[in-house]
Structure formats: structure tokens, C-alpha cells
Design a protein around this ligand. Structure first.
Ligand SMILES: NC(=O)c1ccc[n+]([C@@H]2O[C@H](COP(=O)([O-])OP(=O)(O)OC[C@H]3O[C@@H](n4cnc5c(N)ncnc54)[C@H](OP(=O)(O)O)[C@@H]3O)[C@@H](O)[C@H]2O)c1
Length: 326
């Protein structure tokens, strides 16, 4: 496993990391979570991603119980959580980054995770109705109180990120250090030239999500929706159109000969492709089964095999128009 700096922050993250969205609580109980996290940690993963809204807080509770059982040295791993959607429906408690919510949010997360601090807190989305300055101050205070080490954004516009950095600089506050953007062969828009400036000029990190497009890039949906897969889960009907889209499936199929030539699986190829982007700090993987973790972690060995010629062949398969990339 290689480790990369989180942008220009001092902290280093494993280039492949592990997140709990969808899986923890819904597909994985504490026992399975222990197995999944162990497999990732043993492969060198040092960063585990979570959010208060995942499974209404239960994802954090499962991860907290798993960490307790695992008993790893606290300094040997990084944990993140995120705030925005909230877990209650009250007017000041959902879809917000107001100061009260963020401070109450971190306290709840720490309790569920059974930790004294998390390493990273993200603003899960931007909040158009709270001044960015209020959010920057709240994130700064949470860090000053020792409840988090760093903070970042997720799916923010480039202009909003720059505003947050500049407010923090103006007041000598802790600056956000990383974005958490979607990034996979189908969705590349968060690395458009507009964002390149954020990564290049401001040294912002990128902890990227859904590298397999919710499993589509593994090839598992080529014959329909297999039982036990994410798209077959209750409440995930919204994924059906995406994983059964004929054009997308044809692109996944076209990747097969490249994967075969590299002696790797489609999942490993798709993950390795993400790793080739020099602005990516870590690719956050997801898995519902231990075998998937073992398979995915080998993507690190595949990345060096992706020559410019192979990357060109991949690009020609994914000739997506700008508007399709979202
Ligand atoms: N910031 C945000 O807004 C945001 C949004 C989404 C995700 N995230 C983060 O990013 C992490 C990863 O996202 P993701 O779970 O969507 O990643 P993903 O890689 O796109 O999808 C992971 C899912 O694909 C399937 N899979 C994984 N490896 C496989 C393999 N080798 N063979 C076949 N199927 C495989 C599994 O689902 P099944 O086995 O159930 O089919 C697994 O749960 C999340 O856990 C979360 O931490 C952040």
C-alpha cells in the first residue's frame, strides 16, 4: 500500500481507503464490519470513512463497536465523519451547516463511534442558507476543542471551497484541507479545470467516493441485478436505471479485454484508474464482503501497469459528453 499526503496537509492517507456507506448496519453487522475493516487494515488501509447520516447514525454505531473489538492503536488509523443531512427532522437539524447543528453533530458522532476525537470532519454538502463564515468558524472551533484534527468539504463548488479557504486565512482559522468528490470512470466532473485550480493552487486534497459507481464497474450487473447486490437492496430502487443502463453496461463490457490483458478484474482496473489521477489523495472503496476487500486492495498493484497507451484506450471507451459526466 502506498500512502499519499492529504493535499498539502501533513497527514498521509493510504491510497485505498474504506467507507461504510450502505453497507454498515444495512448489510454488515458488527461481526462483519470487524472482518471487513480487518481485511482493509491488514492490507495497509489507515483511513475509514463514515457519516452521521449513514443508516441514520447506525453506521457510526457499528463502526464504533467494531473499533472497540479490534482494539487497534488509535494513532494507527484515521476516522472521518460528515455533517449536513442530519438524523433528525427538526428545522435546524436537517440539510444545514449551522453552528449549533455542527457542534451538536460532532458530539453525537463521537458518542456513537465511542471515540474521543475523529481525524476528519466533512461538510457533506454545501449549505446555501448558512453563511460560509459561520460554518468555517464552527469547524475551526471543533478542531480547537480537540474533537477533530482536520476538516474538509464534500461536493462543494470550487468557488465555495475557495471562499472557505480565504475566510479561514483572513481570520487565521483552521482551513479546510480536502474535498470528498465522486470520481469514477463515468463521473469525472469534479476534476474539471475549475477544480484543478483548487487542487493545484490551494494544495487541496481529494478523498474520492464511489469508485465502482456503486458496483456497476465490477461487471456484476451485466446479466441483470443479482440478489444480494446493492441495487437489489430494499430502498435502493433509484439505482436500477443506473445499473441497467445499456450504454453504461456496454462500456463496462468493453473494459473486459483490457482487464484480461492486465490479468486483473474489472473492479481492480476501475480502482487502479482512479489511483492514476495525481490529485487523488485516497480512493474510498466500499465492500459488503471480505472477498471484495481482498480483491479491491490488489488495485494498488494494477495501477503501475496502466501505461499512457492503456489509459488512452480506456478514455476512448468512455467518450462521455460533459453533461453526461454528472
Ligand atoms: N461524500 C459523499 O457524498 C459520499 C457518497 C457516497 C459514498 N461515499 C463514501 O465512499 C465510500 C465508497 O462508496 P461506494 O460504496 O459507493 O463505492 P463503490 O466502489 O462505488 O461501490 C461499493 C459497492 O460495490 C460492490 N463491490 C465492491 N467491490 C466489489 C467487487 N470487487 N466485486 C463486486 N462488487 C463489488 C459492493 O456492493 P454489493 O456487494 O452490495 O453489490 C460495494 O458495497 C462510501 O462507503 C462512503 O464512505 C461518500
Amino acid at each position: 500500500m502506498e500512502y499519499r499526503h492529504l493535499g498539502k496537509a501533513g497527514i498521509q492517507v493510504s491510497e485505498l481507503s474504506f467507507g461504510s456507506w450502505v453497507t454498515f448496519h444495512t448489510q454488515a453487522d458488527v461481526k462483519t464490519a470487524v472482518e471487513l475493516m480487518s481485511a482493509a487494515y491488514d492490507a495497509g488501509v489507515n483511513f475509514f470513512d463514515n457519516a452521521e447520516s449513514y443508516a441514520g447514525g447506525q453506521s457510526e454505531a457499528v463502526m464504533g463497536a467494531a473499533l472497540k473489538q479490534l482494539g487497534w492503536r488509535r494513532s494507527s488509523y484515521l476516522i472521518s465523519t460528515k455533517f449536513y443531512w442530519g438524523i433528525q427532522k427538526g428545522v435546524n437539524e436537517k440539510n444545514t451547516l449551522n453552528r449549533k447543528r455542527l457542534i451538536e453533530g460532532i458530539n453525537g458522532s463521537l458518542e456513537r463511534l465511542q471515540l474521543d476525537y475523529v481525524d476528519l470532519i466533512y461538510c457533506h454538502r454545501s449549505d446555501k442558507s448558512t453563511p460560509i463564515e459561520e460554518t468555517v468558524w464552527a469547524m475551526h472551533n471543533i478542531i480547537e476543542w480537540g474533537k477533530a484534527m482536520y476538516w474538509g468539504t464534500s461536493e462543494w463548488d470550487a468557488a465555495e471551497i475557495i471562499t472557505a479557504i480565504e475566510i479561514a486565512e483572513r481570520h487565521h482559522l483552521h482551513k479546510p484541507v480536502t474535498e470528498q468528490p465522486v470520481y469514477n470512470l463515468f463521473r469525472r466532473h469534479r476534476f474539471s479545470p475549475e477544480y484543478s485550480r483548487v487542487y493545484k493552487d490551494y494544495g487541496y486534497g481529494a478523498t474520492t467516493w464511489s469508485p465502482l459507481a456503486s458496483g456497476l464497474l465490477s461487471g456484476k450487473y451485466s446479466q441483470g441485478i443479482p440478489s444480494g447486490s446493492r441495487a437489489a437492496l430494499k430502498g435502493y430502487d433509484w439505482l436500477h436505471d443506473h445499473v441497467t443502463d445499456k450504454e453504461k453496461l456496454a462500456k463496462v463490457q468493453a473494459l473486459e479485454s483490457i482487464a484480461k490483458g492486465l490479468d486483473c478484474t474489472l473492479s481492480q482496473l476501475a480502482l487502479a484508474w482512479c489511483l492514476k489521477n495525481p490529485f487523488v489523495s485516497t480512493v474510498i472503496t466500499g465492500a459488503s464482503q471480505v472477498e471484495q476487500v481482498h480483491e479491491n486492495m490488489k488495485a494498488s498493484e494494477v495501477a503501475p501497469k496502466l501505461t499512457p497507451e492503456i489509459l488512452g484506450r480506456i478514455d476512448s471507451i468512455f467518450q462521455v459528453k460533459e453533461e453526461e459526466e454528472d
